[in-house]
Write a protein that binds this ligand. Structure first.
Ligand code: HEC
Length: 151
């Protein structure tokens, strides 16, 4: 009987989280989420850029840590563009995103692929390779912002 009760309680816990089915409490919450993700992307990318430009001393382990983090971060913003209430132009997100969501998604996918290539380049220990991979990775920001981000 007790066992049955526990499994019923567990089941209701699980189904509660399935019912919630979202990490976002509202459209505004989703917009905040993607903005924070982009800020974290900026911080981590800038540090690699500064190292490659000699603004700070190059540290291979630190570059690797940043690249590893960017693989995870580059996957984050996109789901928040499909959340009800966050799926229309607002702030810096232009209406063009949803007018051509396929292209926007393709750009987001390429960005994630290039983050993985950046990670591989970082682990090669070859700075020239890292520099080339970083230039490709960094090119995604402008390519997407020019079309889909205001300012
Ligand atoms: C596939 C499209 C895409 C790519 C790739 C992309 N961004 Fe963005 N970014 C956006 C959009 C759209 C917004 C506006 C989001 C909003 O205001 O809801 C944005 C917003 C930002 C913001 C402002 C966040 C805020 O606090 O308002 C920063 C910073 C940023 N991006 C940095 C970057 C950097 C750095 C890269 C590349 C390393 C990058 N983004 C790659 C689409 C992209």
């Amino acid at each position: 009987m007790k066992k049955l009760f526990i499994s019923a309680a567990l089941f209701s816990l699980c189904s509660a989280s399935v019912l919630a089915a979202s990490a976002f409490s509202s459209g505004e919450d989703a917009v905040e989420y993607r903005k924070h993700a982009f800020q974290l992307i900026r911080h981590n990318a800038s540090d690699i850029g500064d190292m490659l430009q000699g603004k700070v001393t190059f540290d291979a382990a630190r570059a690797q840590k940043r690249a590893d983090t960017l693989v995870a971060l580059s996957a984050l913003p996109w789901e928040a563009f499909s959340v009800e209430g966050a799926n229309k132009a607002s702030g810096d997100a232009k209406a063009e995103i949803w007018a051509d969501f396929k292209d926007f998604t393709a750009k987001a996918d390429k960005f994630q692929q290039d983050a993985k290539a950046l990670q591989t380049a970082a682990s090669s220990g070859d700075q020239a390779k890292l520099k080339a991979a970083f230039a490709t990775f960094r090119g995604n920001c402008k390519a997407c912002h020019d079309k889909y981000k205001a300012d």
